[in-house]
Design a protein around this ligand. Structure first.
Ligand SMILES: Nc1nc2c(c(=O)[nH]1)N[C@H]1C(S)=C(S)[C@@H](COP(=O)(O)O)O[C@H]1N2
Ligand SMILES: [Mo]
Length: 257
């Protein structure tokens, strides 16, 4: 059963602002402004009697929720002309050494995508099955939290189209990606349904190169690079918060527009 995907984020935000006390409303508004306020908070009297770390964790969690409220599923990330594509496109990984030679080698003949959780059809998908869904191309900027960005051309299936093809419960809260190099990340359903969120099979006019996530990655141009899982092996739909690899090291879970 397909349920209504997008809550009216504006109405939810107004309702939330009405319900919070004046003090927390101030905090609420400050946090809505950005992560810079975290440092300010850590250095002030508010943290007396509680650990700054605990406070920061709470504020980060608070940020995730506020940012999710503020997220506008209609707002698009910028798309670029072919002339602005970055070549070569940089590589990055969580494993050490951080080198493309360590990227997993996946045999497409033996690879299958597992789809689990709140979906009507838990069948595995082969590359050829995914290639039969309608393909779109977008040229967008990938921004890594480590301080670099690059513009690339990505081709694949709108993720919302895929979710409907598997009969995902679109009222579930999260979609989690488990990768064949043991990387994990998760996104909220509003981001999963964003029109630019793409299950990517192609890169720069060819197949997805090994170092950039062969055979399958998720391209989320509204989010930082670490929310763009490569070498996806499993997609899980559910209500339980699953976090992610870099998220456990303190990167803000929402990390997006
Ligand atoms: N499976 C997997 N996905 C991943 C990572 C990883 O190490 N493994 N690194 C993330 C980070 S931090 C970035 S910046 C991008 C890098 O993608 P690229 O190598 O195609 O530039 O992939 C993201 N997705
Ligand atoms: Mo990154």
């Amino acid at each position: 059963m397909i349920k209504t995907p997008h809550p009216d984020s504006g109405a939810i935000l107004r309702e939330a602002a009405r319900r919070v006390s004046p003090w927390s409303r101030r905090l609420f508004l400050r946090n809505a402004l950005g992560l810079g306020t975290l440092t300010a908070l850590a250095g002030c009297d508010v943290v007396d009697g509680i650990s700054a770390e605990g406070m920061l964790a709470q504020v980060s969690d608070f940020n995730d929720r506020v940012q999710a409220w503020l997220f506008n599923p209609n707002r698009l990330a910028r798309e670029y002309p072919e002339s602005m594509i970055t070549r070569p496109f940089p590589f990055n990984s969580f494993y050490v050494p951080n080198t493309p030679e360590k990227a997993p080698t996946i045999d497409p003949a033996r690879w299958a995508l597992n789809v689990t959780g709140r979906v009507e059809r838990q069948d595995d998908w082969r590359l050829a099955d995914l290639a039969r869904l309608p393909q779109v191309t977008q040229i967008t900027r990938h921004i890594c939290i480590e301080g670099w960005s690059a513009i690339g051309k990505f081709t694949g299936v709108r993720f919302s189209v895929f979710l409907q093809a598997v009969g995902a419960d679109l009222s579930a809260r999260y979609v989690t990606f488990r990768c064949d190099d043991n990387y994990v990340t998760s996104i909220d359903m509003a981001t999963a349904l964003h029109p630019q969120t793409q299950l990517t099979l192609g890169f720069d006019g060819g197949a997805l190169p090994r170092e950039h996530g062969f055979p399958l990655k998720l391209r989320v141009p509204t989010k930082l690079g670490f929310k763009n899982p490569k070498h996806i092996g499993e997609i899980a739909v559910g209500d339980d918060y699953t976090g992610g690899y870099w998220e456990t090291y303190g990167y803000n879970w929402f990390s997006g527009l």
